[in-house]
Design a protein. Structure first.
Length: 359
């Protein structure tokens, strides 16, 4: 069996195993989260600029206070358990293919794993504070400055590792000036700065977790695209990492589609966005990431534009933001918004992958 075929089988087997593990975890996690009433005790009444969230509350007041957060635990906990199983089996058995299934790699998966797990744990702390109404952020949770600092630290560590330990300093610019192939731009130490900036921008895209099934489907298409890019570059361990996340997201969606049994929460969103950033840099697909993650850009952009409009013009552009709440206010059904955003996300992922593969 050639290495390409074996690597493809390895990736698919790991994704399937992750889906099985995560569906089991999710089954018990749902019951546990309901048992401890892991939801907000009071609906969020203010927007991030301190105004009344009247439009949002007209649609989500009840679900905010009786649907658990923390569903994102399924994603990173399944990853950890799968990895531990592979490490243990590798120690107690001499079966050659068991050892080959291990996807730990210094060059490919150390930083994405670090970003996923570290950010997810930080997100879990935030979710706990939100549920119990602690913290000084709107609606509870870690203070904005604290979140900003922690995401920045994760970004600095990721950028430092790639720049100093692995020798990364260039980014790939597709298409421009050398159609259809693009070129590499060496930015030196600014590589670390760019990594931090992209980490912060990715973190801001967490607003996508606002409708049943929306975040899971969108991130599924993003990591599916990143898995394809990783595989095309011969980064099979990284491709496995991405497709494992897809497998866990399928299980998450099983319980998150309408009516949702739980929400992803910050423990899922923060971990996924930080892992997404790491994978995009390692695959040198950072320039096409805004296309692949286009729905996240649209959602975040709608919030930023709304805030700017309020500050400069004294009025709103949309009835509510992120834009999926505006569409709700315009009469779209939540499942229509979710599935149409899924379609848009898949199409943008295909476009981004196509541009990246021109290299």
């Amino acid at each position: 069996m050639d290495i390409l075929t074996f690597s493809a089988i390895k990736i698919l087997v790991l994704a399937f195993a992750a889906a099985v593990i995560s569906i089991i975890i999710a089954h018990y996690l749902v019951s546990f989260l309901y048992k401890i009433e892991f939801w907000k005790k009071k609906a969020r009444e203010k927007t991030i600029d301190g105004k009344e969230a009247s439009v949002f509350l007209s649609f989500h007041r009840e679900k905010e206070t009786n649907t658990p957060r923390g569903g994102g635990i399924v994603i990173w906990l399944s990853m950890v358990i799968l990895l531990l199983i592979l490490l243990i089996l590798g120690k107690i058995t001499d079966v050659w293919w068991i050892e080959k299934l291990n996807f730990l790699s210094r060059e490919q998966t150390w930083i994405p794993l670090f970003a996923l797990i570290t950010a997810s744990i930080i997100g879990l702390v935030d979710d706990i504070l939100v549920v119990y109404g602690k913290g000084k952020y709107i609606g509870g949770g870690l203070k904005f400055k604290t979140r900003l600092m922690l995401v920045t630290i994760i970004g600095i560590i990721g950028g430092y590792w790639l720049y100093y330990k692995l020798g990364w300093s260039s980014i790939y610019i597709p298409l421009i000036f050398n159609f259809p192939y693009g070129f590499y731009l060496d930015i030196g130490i600014w590589f670390i700065v760019l990594y931090v900036i992209v980490s912060l921008a990715s973190w801001a895209s967490g607003v996508v977790d606002g409708l049943d099934g929306l975040a899971g489907g969108v991130f599924g298409s993003i990591f599916g695209a990143l898995a394809f890019i990783s595989f095309s570059q011969g980064m099979y361990d990284l491709a496995a990492f991405c497709l494992i996340i897809c497998g866990t997201l399928f299980s998450f969606l099983w319980f998150n589609i309408p009516p949702a049994k739980f929400y992803m929460g910050e423990t899922g969103i923060l971990g996924l966005t930080m892992a997404m950033t790491a994978v995009a840099f390692i695959t040198n697909s950072i320039v096409v990431l805004p296309i692949i993650a286009g729905v996240l850009v649209i959602e975040t952009g709608s919030v930023i534009i709304q805030l700017i409009s309020k500050k400069t013009r004294g009025k709103k552009i949309w009835q509510s933001t992120p834009i999926h709440h505006h569409l709700e206010a315009k009469g779209w059904k939540p499942h229509q918004i979710t599935m149409r955003f899924w379609i848009i996300s898949v199409l943008l992922a295909i476009l981004g992958v196509s541009i990246q593969l021109l290299r």
